[in-house]
Design a protein around this ligand. Structure first.
Ligand code: FES
Ligand code: FES
Length: 157
């Protein structure tokens, strides 16, 4: 599979989860594992551009496909504009949920350039955060959307 633009080839057990493949085989530990049964959203990555829970996908199901993880958002050590907005608006505390929320939002924001607060809350309703109360996450997304609409922020990958 291709992960963050780099092709990887491995022989793996059919039962190996994509989340474990990313974390243990490739060392991409930015993809977090919380519940391991599709509830918390911490493990969300992009599979061929669509947000999926990597704890519900077997690694072999990604054979020949493209995966994007949170490590692929930044460029040359710089934060991606969405990550920057989360930083600037204090959209995280412990950060455990953050990679999954970011990867949920990346494709969603492509379809929703000017979201309402309610739409943002619905978009991340499958991502559990035990710290923030979500208020600053919504602010961060609005900050990003405003900057992008002003031509001051792009979006990757
Ligand atoms: S670890 Fe995958 S949804 Fe919780
Ligand atoms: S910032 Fe701690 S779980 Fe969301």
């Amino acid at each position: 599979m291709t992960v963050n633009g780099t092709r990887h080839q491995r022989a793996v057990e059919p039962r190996l989860l994509l989340s474990d493949f990313l974390r243990h085989d490739l060392g991409l530990t930015g993809t977090h594992v919380g519940c391991e049964h599709g509830v918390c959203g911490a493990c969300t990555v992009l599979l061929d551009g669509a947000a999926v829970r990597s704890c519900l996908v077997f690694a072999v199901q990604a054979d020949g496909r493209s995966v994007d993880t949170v490590e692929g958002l930044g460029r040359n050590g710089e934060l991606d504009p969405l990550q920057t907005a989360f930083h600037d608006a204090h959209g995280l505390q412990c950060g455990f949920c953050t990679p999954g929320i970011l990867m949920t939002l990346v494709p969603w924001l492509e379809e929703h350039p000017s979201p309402t607060d309610t739409e943002i809350r619905e978009a991340i309703s499958g991502n559990l955060c035990r710290c923030t109360g979500y208020a600053n996450i919504v602010k961060a997304v609005q900050l990003f959307a405003g900057r992008r609409n002003d031509g001051k922020a792009g979006l990757s990958p």
